[in-house]
Structure formats: C-alpha cells, structure tokens
Design a protein around this ligand. Structure first.
Ligand code: SF4
Length: 402
C-alpha cells in the first residue's frame, strides 16, 4: 500500500498491520509521521492535558547475576561496589519523596541471589505499615522471574504474594526488544525470553495489576524487530487491556560491555511516532526526557507523547551509562506549558491528581537527581543479616565475628 493510503487509514482511525507499519517507519517523511502520531494522540487526549507523576526511581540493589551486556549499572556478586539499600534508607527516600509531593516509588534492582522473596515481602509490608497510601510500582518481569527461580515458586504465586505484601503495580522494565534473536545477542535471553516477559505481564494483568510496557532500542535490532516488539505488546493489550502506558528510550552505550553509539534524536522521534500509530490500544505514551534531554522530551509532545513521565528525584541506571539529565517539577511544567499543553499531576493509573504542586505550596527545587547512595557509602544494612544468602560472598558477609 502506498504511504498516502496508509496515512489516510491512520487518519480515519484504522489499525496498521506489520507491513504497513514498516512502510511508514522506513519511508514516511518525519513530518508526516509526527502529524499522524499527533492526530492519534489528539483523538485519545482531545483536552490537551499532558500529565506527569512525582515519584522516585529507586534501585534497591546493583548486585546482579544477569550480566546483560548493555548494562552499565550492575556489579557482580561480591564486588566492593555492590550495595543493598537498608529499609531505613528506603524510608528516608520515601519521606523525601512525599516532601516534594511524590506518591510512589518505582522500585527496581539487580538480580541479587542474596535477597530472598521474604526480604521483598518484609520490605513491602514495612512500607505499607508506615505509609499506607504510598504506592509501590515495583519489580519488572525479569525480577519476578528471578524470584520465581530463587524460591521455586511459579510466577503467578510470586505475584500473588507480592500483592498480599503491598505491591500496587509492575513497571515494564527488562523488555529491551521482545525478540529472542536480539535477547540472545544482548545476553538478556537468560533473564527472560520474550514469551516469559509477556507471560509475567499476562499473569499480573489477570491478577488485577496494571503495568507499563517499555522498549529499549538502538542496540543490535533491526527496524522490523522494533515493530515486532510493538506488535507483540499490542496483541497482549488486546487480550488483557492491562497496560497503562508505553515508554521507549534509546540504548545508552557509555561504560557498557556492548558499547557502540547512541541512536539520534530523529530516530527517537520517529520511533515514538510509529509506536503511537501502531499501539492504537495504548492510552498513554511517555516522553523519555531522562535519556533524550528536556528539549527532545518537549518535542515528543508533538510526536505522540501525552505524558512527561516522572519528576523522578533519583536515577541510577541511565546515569551509569552516561546520561544525566535532570528536570524537577517546575522545569517539567515549563516544558509542557511552553508546548501549548495543560500540565496535570497523575498517579500510576493516570488518574489526575491536580495542578502542579509547586503552585499550591512551597517545595524544594531539585536541580540534581539523587543517587541510590552517596559515593563511598558501603555500609551493609543490619536487617540483611536476617535473610539467608545464596552466594558464597553473601554467606561470608553473614558470619558475624565474635
Ligand atoms: S539490566 Fe537489570 S538484569 Fe540486566 S544486568 Fe543490568 S541490572 Fe541486571
């Protein structure tokens, strides 16, 4: 089908198939892709509201046995730079988040063999006991699979137990590209195959959780593999309707084993736009300002995004790979309004919570994103000693000298 005919189909609200999507993605002028994505965005969000959430992106441990070759964040078991955050450190982070109007933690971490399921359950219960209305958007599908392997329990049971302990929703991390050829080349096939990632999300949706979906592009995948990823998400969304949003970002190569070059801003905008067109059953698309910077983040609002993601407060993973953009609420709202939209705070379910918090009360400016820990802080949380370790290094740590 000619590009003009596919464009007409999109304008009329039709669904593109794999061949039509590839034709648009490869050959449509960027201005046309933007126009079509913006039309789909306007159909879904005619009120010109652009949302954002105030939350904190906390990585509870950087110790990981998965060793994905695109990751600059992880440390091997036993590394002197490995850490596990203590419950008290996490409580302090929640206090700081609430102080700037935050409503949830986005809690993800490495696959640490020395943190059993009980540690997560105890942490979630402790958080809910102290902060009953604070939300836990936690543990991406590969972390659920890791816990399933550690405990010998099936993924649905892990999800059930985590919900009972206080889990509110699941972030869509660890999807990278949902094509096993790519996953094998990125050394992330072992942590979760494409089917396994989708299955965890299917179970989560069946258990009543809402989740997000992500895509990290710009490594070794082809453009039709990017589309295959989107089409697999679209199929699961048709089945369950459980995804709230789609977020895509480009691979950040610095300090990674895979290395290479970062995809360009134009590639990002074209990828975002085609995602808005293909994912016709997703209500929300986020702009990834944390990898693309504020300026491209703002431009995203003309290429299909209707959400600026998170004020974030803290970030560790992308920073480890060289990107260190920071926008606090004032800056995010300035970018939204300057693009001609109305800025509203939201929660993970995209319920509107109100106008910007800084217009209602004084909140501290955040001109720099926090890190999990201050540099040089290597202390081991006391409560960790209560949990049995799997690794030799972890067992060693738990032997308390007399
Ligand atoms: S991307 Fe996640 S699972 Fe992979 S090595 Fe990094 S921390 Fe581990």
């Amino acid at each position: 089908m000619a590009i003009s005919a596919i464009a007409s189909k999109v304008r009329e609200g039709g669904r593109v198939d794999a061949v039509e999507a590839l034709e648009l993605y490869r050959h449509a002028p960027t201005s046309l892709l933007g126009e079509l994505a913006d039309a789909v965005r306007a159909r879904k969000h005619p009120e010109r509201v652009v949302t954002y959430i105030i939350d904190r992106n906390v990585n509870y441990t950087n110790v990981c046995v998965a060793k994905c070759n695109f990751c600059a964040f992880y440390r091997e078991v036993g590394s002197s730079e490995g850490y596990v955050l203590g419950f008290d450190e996490l409580f302090r982070k929640i206090d700081e988040t609430i102080a700037v109007g935050g409503v949830q933690l986005l809690l993800q971490g490495g696959h640490n063999p020395d943190l059993p399921l009980q540690w997560y359950e105890d942490l979630f219960r402790a958080v809910k006991e102290r902060y009953p209305s604070f939300k836990l958007h936690a543990l991406s599908p590969p972390e659920v699979i890791h816990l399933s392997r550690l405990s010998g329990l099936l993924a649905p049971e892990i999800i059930r137990r985590l919900i009972a302990a206080g889990l509110d929703s699941i972030p869509g991390g660890g999807a990278e590209i949902l094509v096993d050829r790519v996953r094998q080349l990125l050394h992330c096939y072992g942590k979760a195959t494409a089917d396994e990632w989708l299955d965890v999300m299917r179970h989560a949706h069946r258990a009543g959780l809402r989740t997000t979906a992500t895509m990290m592009y710009g490594t070794v995948e082809t453009d039709d593999e990017r589309l295959e990823h989107m089409l697999r998400l679209r199929a699961l969304q048709d089945e369950t309707g459980g995804f709230t949003a789609f977020i895509t970002w480009s691979y950040q190569p610095e300090h990674t084993e895979l290395a290479g070059q970062e995809a360009t801003g134009l590639d990002y905008l074209r990828t975002l736009a085609i995602a808005r067109i293909v994912l016709d059953n997703f209500d929300n698309l986020q702009a990834s300002w944390v990898t693309q910077g504020g300026k491209v983040g703002q431009l995203s609002l003309a290429y299909g995004a209707n959400d600026m993601g998170s004020v974030m407060i803290e970030e560790n993973v992308v920073r480890a790979a060289g990107a260190s953009y920071c926008m606090d609420e004032v800056e995010i709202v300035r970018n939204i309004e300057n693009a001609g939209f109305v800025a509203k705070r939201r929660n993970m379910h995209y319920d509107l919570l109100g106008d910007p918090i800084f217009r209602q009360r004084e909140v501290p400016r955040m001109l720099e994103l926090s890190t999990a820990r201050d540099a040089g802080d290597t202390h081991v949380p006391e409560e960790l000693m209560n949990y049995p370790a799997r690794s030799r290094a972890g067992k060693q740590l738990r032997i308390i000298p007399n």
